[in-house]
Structure formats: structure tokens, C-alpha cells
Design a protein around this ligand. Sequence first.
Ligand SMILES: [Zn+2]
Length: 155
Amino acid sequence: MQTTTATQDTPQEGHDAEPAPRPLAEAMKRGLRLRCPACGIGKIFYAYLKVNDYCPHCGAAFHHHRADDAPPYVTIVIVAHVVGTLMVINETFWPDSPVWLQMMIWPVLTIVLSLALLPPIKGALIAYQWAFRMHGFENPATEKRPIETGEPLTP
Ligand SMILES: [Zn+2]
């Protein structure tokens, strides 16, 4: 009863056949929307940045992802460019803007942007690893939730 748009990952011919390539762009779009890169329906996270061990919809395994500190790095690069650019624009067009106003705007904008961007960036990076079969995503034996274990989907 598979009602998903999941890609076929299993080899079609014997054990030596290469598994079908996974669509990188589609997977990363799903990750940006905080959805499973395999089916696009189940949620990757069960809390703000806590990753489900398995997709609640299709059972794709996420527990072996290694996003580690890449999401914060990418977030810092994006937020620094956005906020830094806005600060330069502000100084160019309103050089006498009050310091107290700038001290209220830039830190708050930095924090809000960082917190808003972290989950989608982490989702996209997990999807990237899934699409390239990195860090355990390459092993067919561990790519789906074990059947009949009775284990909960989330810790
Ligand atoms: Zn899924």
C-alpha cells in the first residue's frame, strides 16, 4: 500500500546492478520543506532540530545522517551575507541612523533569521546525504525501518 512518490531505490537486476540514482533537486526541495527526501510526505523532524529515526510515512531511515555542524555553517554564511548587506545599505542611505536603533534591529534580525533558516537548511543537507547515499544511506539493509519490530518511530 505505497501511496508515495518515492523513487525506486532497489537494484533491478541481480546484486551487481547499480541502484537507481536519487533525484538531488527534488530531494533537497523536500528537505527544505522539512519533509522526507524519499516520499515528500513524512516529516524529517519530530522537534525543532530533532531528526526522526525513520520517516513516519514511508519508513525511510534518517538515523544515520551526519548533518553535524554543516547546517549552522551554511546558516551563518547566508545570514551574515543578508544582514551584512542590509547594514551596508543602511549606512549608505542613512548614515546618521541612531546607534540605539541599529543595536535593536541587527541582533534581532540575525537571531530570527538564524532560527528560521536552521531547520530547512538541515533538512536540505540531510536530503543531500540521502540523494548521494552518504553515511549509511547507501546500505539497502538500513535504508528502511525494520518491519515488525514494534519500535516507535521516534525516540
Ligand atoms: Zn518518507
